[in-house]
Write a protein that binds this ligand. Sequence first.
Ligand code: SF4
Ligand code: SF4
Length: 401
Amino acid sequence: MASIQQLTVMGREIGFDPASVRALPLAEERFPDVSSLAIDVSGGCNLRCGYCAESMTLPKRPPMDRELLVRSVERLFEWSDPGAQLSIFFGSGEPLLQPESVKTVGKLARKMARKNSRGLSLFLTTNGTLLNARIIQWLVSDGWEVKVSLDGPREVHDRFRTDGMGRGTYDRIERHVRTLSKKIPERFSTTSVLCQGSDPARIFQEIAGLGVRTLEIVPAAAPPGASFLPGETEIDHYRAFILAYAKRVAKSREMPTITRFQTQLRRVLGIGNRQIACGAGRTLFAVGPEGGLYPCYRFVGLDAFKLGDLHTGLWKDAVQRFTAGCARPSTERQQCGRCWASPLCDGPCFAGAALIGKGSTPPGFCEMIRADSEAALWLADTLRLRKPKKLCGLAGIHLNG
Ligand code: SF4
Ligand code: SF4
């Protein structure tokens, strides 16, 4: 049995018992068990971001036709367990190159959910450059969860997030970020890519200053050696930033939520600990433009990862090969077996490891998770006895009474 680990974080001695938070083994025989669908509606993007992982790893795809879109939604309802909460994601390429398709799918799915008394969430991740008042209006009224990619202040964002002419895009999205932050603060968030030369504290300050209540900061994903990858300096800055953030959260009433940090806080409390990063290939599947099914949007169009199609359904053998191979649990990964944070970490993104990291996590990912884990352990230890209600609130636990 694992023994208690001792860490010193910001001068505080923290005892951490890995056994108390370790995830239960996966019941692999349950899968595939479809409840979420990612739809590659546009097959492409209007920007040419310098660090785009999708353009590095995926083939060219055409936009999806309407008939396939409708069939995708129908299959999600047919194939899922009647009691399951359903989700539909648009996040590959730039979905708003096909705004009418996104809107139509959302409305159709909402209608089917009402008719069949099913819970449904709709998620859109966009670079924000094609947003306008009309699109924002239906995103708000149809209950979408919206995430905009925003890398920080103008000069930081515009270094890599450029259009086909090499022009920065910050000025095209700033007002939409402000509008969405006001209109749907609980359903709106941003995602920022940490690159060489980026300062996480400035990213946070800028985005919080726009009124955003929920954000994430993720490392650029690329093989070792890529010039834009965050290096030691950026990772050190990230660690200092997230520890300072935890300190501020302990003292202040209202701070924007950093989702990856909040996830680590929940893991420290033993909530939602898993051995896999996500449901890709188990509960989540992506539909490609030819109707093929893949583990998630990061695998669309790659024949080696095809797991079925909309006509014949999921191919169980292919699914099993995927879940036993590149989607295996963190307990079966050498790299994770040697990591002190493994009880608090779900393991690597399967796509990042398989397509970019040659089986391991791409640079920066683990260092940021371990920094988040230290900061979360410190915050939980600080608040546990003094302010348990606040700790629950920060971890997203809603107490009755
Ligand atoms: S931080 Fe990296 S090595 Fe450690 S458990 Fe997570 S994915 Fe595995
Ligand atoms: S494999 Fe990676 S990119 Fe795909 S859904 Fe999982 S975490 Fe996201």
